[in-house]
Design a protein around this ligand. Structure first.
Ligand SMILES: Cc1cc2nc3c(=O)[nH]c(=O)nc-3n(C[C@H](O)[C@H](O)[C@H](O)COP(=O)(O)O)c2cc1C
Length: 168
């Protein structure tokens, strides 16, 4: 039940403190990301922990001016790894590695919430710009930027659809 409650209570947090997040917490958040399921257990996603404020400030420009990326003390960039998924051909490249990355993102968001921290999945960014800022090789595709910090807001539950469950 605790798990279900945590899943239900999680919110996207966009207002946070600049106070640093202890490294041990970040490591456990990464561990949660690594525990996610992945196609054929190929784990075709990589994690980049970005503490550099300068780099996060550049992310803000690449992400429609979403300033909290630079305010949060750390951000994890999750990348789909097209090289690690190669054995699954086209479907692997177009779908599985993105799904691997996404499953890790959700696990990390739940771990972040579990630690009483706040985080948000940021997907609205110029992919090429982020790749250039990070100097990523072509086989790494940034899927999400997740800024993490101590929350200074407690967002209410967002309205969820009622037309999306179909029992057959
Ligand atoms: C693929 C994806 C991309 C998203 N991109 C952004 C983003 O760029 N900026 C942002 O503030 N939130 C972003 N979000 C967070 C959503 O806005 C948020 O999950 C949604 O409004 C529901 O709110 P909740 O997470 O509090 O339940 C994204 C979420 C997903 C799954």
């Amino acid at each position: 039940m605790e798990l279900i409650e945590s899943i239900r209570d999680r919110r996207s947090v966009r207002k946070m403190d600049t106070k640093p997040v202890p490294r041990e917490m970040i490591e456990q958040i990464l561990e949660a990301g690594k525990s996610a399921p992945s196609a054929g257990n190929l784990q075709a996603r990589d994690f980049f922990v970005v503490t550099s404020k300068e780099m996060r400030e550049r992310f803000v420009n690449a992400a429609l001016g979403q300033k909290f990326i630079a305010i949060a003390p750390v951000a994890i960039v999750v990348c789909a790894n097209l090289e690690k998924i190669e054995s699954y051909g086209q479907r692997g490249k177009e779908l599985y590695c993105i799904q691997d990355a996404s499953a890790s993102c959700q696990n990390m968001l739940l771990a972040i919430h579990g630690f009483g921290l706040g985080g948000c999945w940021i997907g609205a960014f110029d992919e090429l710009a982020v790749s250039k800022i990070m100097g990523l090789p072509e086989h790494l595709r940034p899927v999400a930027i997740i800024p993490i910090g101590y929350p200074t807001e407690s967002p209410k539950e967002r309205r969820k659809r009622t037309d999306d469950v179909h029992w057959i």
